[in-house]
Ligand binder design. Structure first.
Ligand code: GLA
Length: 397
């Protein structure tokens, strides 16, 4: 296996930008008025903490989704993407009734819906979407679509909507229009990410701090291994984890699990009467603390020392939150055995990607070790790429 190195472009690679514009010209026979790009993301640490009002530390990827768009003079939206053969068109009546637009187009309709629900006059538009963010790999291709479409519609309509309000609005699109009960992390990362930084987000207050995360300067690489594991029951399991956390918080008499302090964990666990709930709570409380510890190490410039925290996060997701799958655990074990400082699943779970923090010159060897562990177990070959933190959504031209 060879790894490909994605660098940190200030604009997306010419290719995906060109594809969006070419798609626009071909479908609509005109030039787009502009192009807007939003990245995928990985989460360095802080999993299933966002909807518990806790802490997360994601960063934006150099892989991007690009929307080429132009206004139209009626109140309708036409969307074409590389994912679909034919454009889909919808109007206000479809948008105002969640469920009428389905599939990936629902993310676009959801953004229109959320903007309208917030009282904005959304301009009708033609949109063409091209993407380098793989779908179904847990890299937030959906948040990338939401953010790029949101940026396009805000610009085309001259809407008065400061960017710090975009993450909540895109999250509403996903929660209430698409119907996925996700937290605020993905939209925040793809909207507010900054090159060379991880985004430290307090999901209760929405306060952010950009934490320098310069892997290159440290001679390190972050390997993103795509487990290629099929997402098994991911939506239902995600929703059920979220419900258990909310029930546990209610039983403990706190607004959210964020309010259980790490040094009060044992006392809190003693008040819960079933083992599964205790494990769920232990994951969230210890994971919040690992985010804070990771931020402290990054502030101290001790990037290599992150390894044990990443690996402990993985063990917690595997044993306490129970959201990993055999392919994912195999990738983590093989990466660690091949010398990674730390490795963990990133994202919602039940498939998706693994992060491994490695010395830069060893990235190919670690990826090869994971590939051979996969081959031994008869799993479909994994993907691997090294990434650097990139910037959030932007207008390209
Ligand atoms: C998905 C959700 C996020 C977050 C992660 C788990 O990516 O969209 O809101 O809950 O899972 O950390």
């Amino acid at each position: 296996m060879t790894t490909t190195t994605a660098t940190t472009p200030t604009t997306p690679s010419g290719d995906v930008v060109a594809r969006a514009a070419a798609g626009f010209r071909q479908r609509y026979g005109a030039e787009p008025a502009g192009r807007w790009a939003a990245p995928g993301r990985v989460n360095l640490i802080g999993e299933h903490t966002d909807y518990n009002d806790g802490f997360v530390l994601p960063f934006a990827l150099p892989l991007r989704t690009v929307v080429a768009a132009a206004p139209r003079d009626d109140e309708r939206w036409t969307v074409w993407s590389e994912l679909s053969a034919d454009p889909v068109e919808f109007g206000p009546a479809d948008v105002d009734e969640p469920g009428r637009v389905t599939g990936w187009t629902a993310y676009v309709a959801g953004v229109v819906w959320a903007l309208r629900a917030a009282g904005h006059a959304v301009p009708g538009a033609r949109l063409a979407i091209a993407s380098d963010v793989p779908v179904g790999s847990g890299l937030s291709s959906s948040a990338a679509i939401e953010a790029a479409v949101l940026a396009a519609l805000v610009d085309l309509g001259g809407l008065d909507l400061p960017a710090d309000r975009w993450p909540r609005l895109a999250q509403r699109a996903e929660n209430e229009y698409v119907g996925a009960p996700t937290g605020i992390m993905d939209q925040s990362a793809v909207i507010r990410g900054r090159p060379g930084h991880a985004l430290f987000l307090d999901c209760r207050t929405e306060e952010i701090e950009q934490i320098p995360f310069d892997l290159d300067a440290a001679g390190l690489a972050m390997l993103v291994i795509d487990s290629r594991a099929p997402h098994r029951h991911a939506d239902g399991e995600y929703a059920s984890r979220r419900k258990s956390c909310e029930r546990a918080a209610a039983r403990l008499g706190v607004p959210a699990l964020r309010d259980v302090p790490a040094d009060g964990l044992d006392a809190a666990l003693a008040r819960l009467d079933d083992d599964e709930t205790r494990r769920r709570v232990r994951h969230v409380v210890t994971e919040d603390q690992r985010v804070l510890d990771t931020v402290a190490l990054l502030r101290a410039g001790r990037v290599r020392a992150l390894g044990p925290l990443l690996t402990a996060s993985h063990a917690s997701m595997r044993d306490d939150f129970e959201i990993t799958v055999p392919e994912i655990d195999t990738a983590v074990e093989a990466a660690l055995a091949a010398g990674a400082y730390g490795a963990r699943m990133t994202g919602g779970g039940f498939g998706g990607c693994v992060l491994a923090l490695v010395e830069a010159p060893t990235a190919d060897a670690v990826a090869a070790a994971v590939a051979s562990a996969y081959a031994e177990r008869g799993f479909a070959a994994p993907g691997a790429v090294t990434v650097l933190p990139a910037g959030g959504v932007t207008r390209v031209d």
